[in-house]
Design a binder for this molecule. Structure first.
Ligand code: 13P
Length: 240
């Protein structure tokens, strides 16, 4: 399976900072050993698309609503993302679930809607520390996948990102053994549900742990937060 290196910029980088990042990153992206996707914040999306035009860099948004347009104040339209040249939409990130109350049912509708527009959903799943300590990880991931993919089209592309909540932004990366075990579980759940999808790992991925993590079973790449904000650290991760 092809490798994917994805950058989730969360609520960082203005349009000017986005342009400046890509003017440097475009010079090194040729070294990447897989597809490279960036998820800038909504208002910086167009700057990202414009500055990466003609390169292999893919752009996506961090969220969208389940309708293309209408009376939905403050939401993002996947149709607009498509029109400006985006190809991916991140769905169900743990911050969307925890801070903005997104449910598996809403996430399922988003996955289906994004696929219907011909864009690729990147569905995020992951357990909290309490769930891992209570040995509920498998059950949590199985539920998130079962419900989140309930309306998905198996014949259309989809990417899954496994991000243990306790490893996000904490500097506390999952061990290679935990990553191998959990990705194998995610792979088997997906197979049982009839889906084939690259499975990315996310959660405190850095240049010094990416090399070991990419070797683990069923790891097809990474979804990177903090370390994707600098050209040097992200290209090191994208060349493992
Ligand atoms: P960090 O790489 O900063 O831990 O963030 C991971 C993440 O949430 C990517 O979606």
């Amino acid at each position: 399976m092809k490798k994917i290196f994805a950058a989730n910029w969360k609520l960082f980088k203005t349009p000017a900072e986005t342009r400046s990042f890509f003017s440097k990153f475009k010079e090194v992206v040729g070294q990447a050993t897989g597809e490279v996707v960036f998820f800038p914040s909504a208002i910086s999306l167009e700057a990202a698309v414009e500055t990466t035009k003609g390169s292999a860099i893919k752009i996506g948004s961090q969220n969208c609503y389940v309708q293309a347009q209408g009376a939905f104040t403050g939401e993002n339209s996947a149709q607009v993302v498509k029109e400006i040249g985006g190809t991916y939409i991140l769905i169900g990130h743990s911050e969307r679930r925890a801070i903005f109350g997104e449910t598996d049912a809403l996430i399922a509708d988003k996955v289906a809607f994004v696929q219907s527009l011909g864009l690729t959903p990147m569905l995020c799943i992951g357990e909290t520390l309490a769930e891992r300590e209570a040995t509920h990880t498998f059950r949590v991931l199985e539920t998130q996948l079962h419900l989140g993919l309930a309306k998905a089209d198996k014949s259309k592309p989809i990417v899954v990102a496994y991000e243990p909540v306790w490893a996000i932004g904490t500097g506390k990366v999952a061990t290679p053994a935990q990553v191998a075990e959990t990705h194998t579980d995610v792979h088997s759940i997906l197979t049982k549900l009839g889906f084939t999808a690259p499975i990315l790992y996310g959660g405190s991925v850095k240049p010094d742990n990416a090399g070991e993590l990419i070797k683990q079973a069923h790891v097809s790449g990474f979804l990177v937060g903090g370390a994707s904000l600098e050209v040097d650290s992200f290209i090191k991760i994208a060349t493992v």
